[in-house]
Write a protein that binds this ligand. Sequence first.
Ligand code: FAD
Length: 430
Amino acid sequence: MRNKKILVWFRNDLRLHDNEMLVEAIAKSDSILPVYFFDPRYFEDTRFGTVKTGAYRARFLVESVLSLRNTLRKMGGDILLIHGRPEDHIKDLVTQFDIAEVYHHREVGPEETLISDDVEDLLWELKINLKHFIGHTLYNKEDLPFPIKDIPDVFAQFKKKTERDAIVKSCFLSPEEITFVENENWGELPSLIELGFAENGGNFGAAYAIGGEDAGLEHLKSLLAEGADIYLKTNGKSTVDKPGFSSHLSVWLTLGCLSPRKVYWQVKDAEREFGSNGNFNQMLLGLLWRDYFRFMFKKHGIAFFQEKGLENDIIDATASIDPALENWKIGHTGNPIVDKYMKELNDTGFIPHPGRLLVATFLIHVLGVHWTCGAAYFEEKLIDYAPASNWGNWASVAGVDKDTKSKNGFDLSKQIKILDIAISDSPSFA
Ligand SMILES: Cc1cc2nc3c(=O)[nH]c(=O)nc-3n(C[C@H](O)[C@H](O)[C@H](O)COP(=O)(O)OP(=O)(O)OC[C@H]3O[C@@H](n4cnc5c(N)ncnc54)[C@H](O)[C@@H]3O)c2cc1C
């Protein structure tokens, strides 16, 4: 086909580096049309009385799309920005720009999968193919030593077999040249107000959380630079107020501003140069956990949660407000460490892993609130919210995940002990 045009539908893959979808679209076409949809569904209220995307993540998303736009502009093109649902625009775009194929990265969350299924059906009516890429994980699905249906539900087994039998592929290089479809109006970046927030939306203080590929790569570089904190050994004695090392990379990984393979290979380079250490191990292990939850979602869908009726309304949005849940949200539980972390979450959109485990344990096992309410609140607040990682980890803490054998490393009595210590140490959190 002469003058073949491919529409590249960017979703949670807002980068040029290690982007197979983009590399292949460029190779297989004469020109590409990059598109991003600000889908209003992601800014709506949920049945849990929360909003799907809070102001911190919305700002981070807008910055990340802007960063991609700036990069593409430097290459002589742009990205078409549409404030609307992909299903409402995709057929018109294909017709208007005479598109031959549409490329995207497949997601694993039920809502995201439903959207691409609908887009695929619509495209099919025009006899246009939606090509799926898998670019979110460290390990490619095809490289795993088992088909998706046989992936072990027990994390320890998944880790052991994957590390032994699968390889992490090298990264795709960033394209140096791109030919863009001709277009006059590339659309405006929505303001936070247009997305439904008060402009600025509060204190966006955390310096690490600037959205976009450039900021992510810069963060990774400084994280691994010679003499950086990552090379300091963490103090063996972990205390309740010192959660230990946190790379903060999740915020960029979630929107795909950084690829997990990029992080992996950069860490491996640093390991070769400066020797291995516990913090490197923690990061690499974290990437495996990330893969595990994504693959669990791929394998089981919502059935990952061993709880009957989750598909139906477990939580009734019209149910009366639970004061215990509301106090937990605003950091007024009376437990000093829980309150400290919840305020930090509300103020910055981020808390480190030990903090997440503690506040989740407290909500579920001390306050007796259903875990989905906590997961929905995290979904609103976290900058790094990712469906599989969030709902998967909450399910682990609640004990309703598939790994009933080893509890995925989650130790309830240890967490309760930490919460008790926090109470006896309370002056330090006042
Ligand atoms: C209740 C609860 C909810 C969570 N919700 C999310 C979420 O929405 N999005 C999210 O990315 N992570 C989530 N996590 C996992 C983990 O807490 C964060 O990934 C981590 O705190 C991010 O900080 P970091 O980048 O400094 O992690 P590091 O310790 O530096 O780890 C490196 C990377 O590995 C990945 N990772 C590490 N631990 C996990 C884990 N247990 N599960 C999945 N991925 C992991 C992250 O991408 C992280 O950036 C949740 C954990 C809990 C207990």
